[in-house]
Design a protein around this ligand. Structure first.
Ligand code: SAM
Length: 200
């Protein structure tokens, strides 16, 4: 091999390793960017006025919510619907169920899960802020919130919900209203309230 051939072989090897390096850098960079975008949707709620993280309802909690919904019917809303489990389980029981959720990935997952379980027609998921969402048309409203938000949320629900609407609060009760029933215990407790509007 003469000197010229040797240099050109070295050049080729350098070129290949540079290309491989770029591909690896591109892939890892893409993965890192994707993970950052996805995880930021889960971290962002921590920086809002009320930090309401994604914590899915436990099986026991879900069972208690379904007990609270016995003998009820109509339109149901889960405020902060997470992965959609309350919306889907209530839809299985015959409700038309809606979920309001800020996290786009959880909305996407919920819609996919609803389609997969054949519940697409009875369910809807909206990417909205629960504080700005109009709750006046619902017969049943479910909330799994955090303690700090419950006072303000109670004000919103009492003002906006229609007469006869049932509110189902999971883990943290409404601080001012007296519950009709309390179901379960500990972290899985569910409180049921009824909205009564005096007619003018
Ligand atoms: C405690 S999780 C409850 C999830 C679901 N309801 C369940 O019981 O499995 C609260 C959810 O509310 C969502 N969230 C937080 N702030 C919100 C807001 N301002 N508007 C709508 N959703 C919100 C979070 O992304 C999270 O998925």
């Amino acid at each position: 091999m003469d000197l010229f051939q040797e240099i050109s072989t070295k050049d080729k090897k350098t070129q290949i390793s540079t290309t491989t390096g770029r591909v690896i850098l591109g892939i890892t960079g893409g993965i890192a960017l994707g993970l950052t975008i996805i995880s930021s949707s889960f971290i962002r709620p921590a920086f809002r006025k009320y930090c309401l993280p994604y914590i899915p309802a436990t099986d026991e909690q879900l069972k208690n919510v379904l007990t609270a919904l016995k003998n009820r019917e109509g339109l149901l809303l889960d405020l902060g619907s997470g992965d959609g489990r309350i919306v889907l389980e209530s839809a299985k029981k015959g409700f038309i169920s809606h979920g309001v959720e800020l996290n786009p990935w959880l909305i996407l997952f919920s819609k996919f899960d609803a389609w997969r379980k054949g519940l697409g027609k009875n369910t809807n998921f909206y990417r909205r802020d629960l504080w700005k969402y109009d709750v006046s048309k619902y017969d049943n409203v479910v909330i799994f919130g955090v303690e700090q938000m419950m006072e303000n949320l109670e004000r919103k629900l009492v003002n906006e919900c229609k007469n006869g609407c049932n509110i189902i609060a999971c883990r943290f009760p409404l601080p001012m209203k007296k519950p009709l029933v309390t179901i379960g215990c500990g972290v899985d407790t569910v409180w049921v309230y009824n909205i009564e509007k005096k007619s003018a």
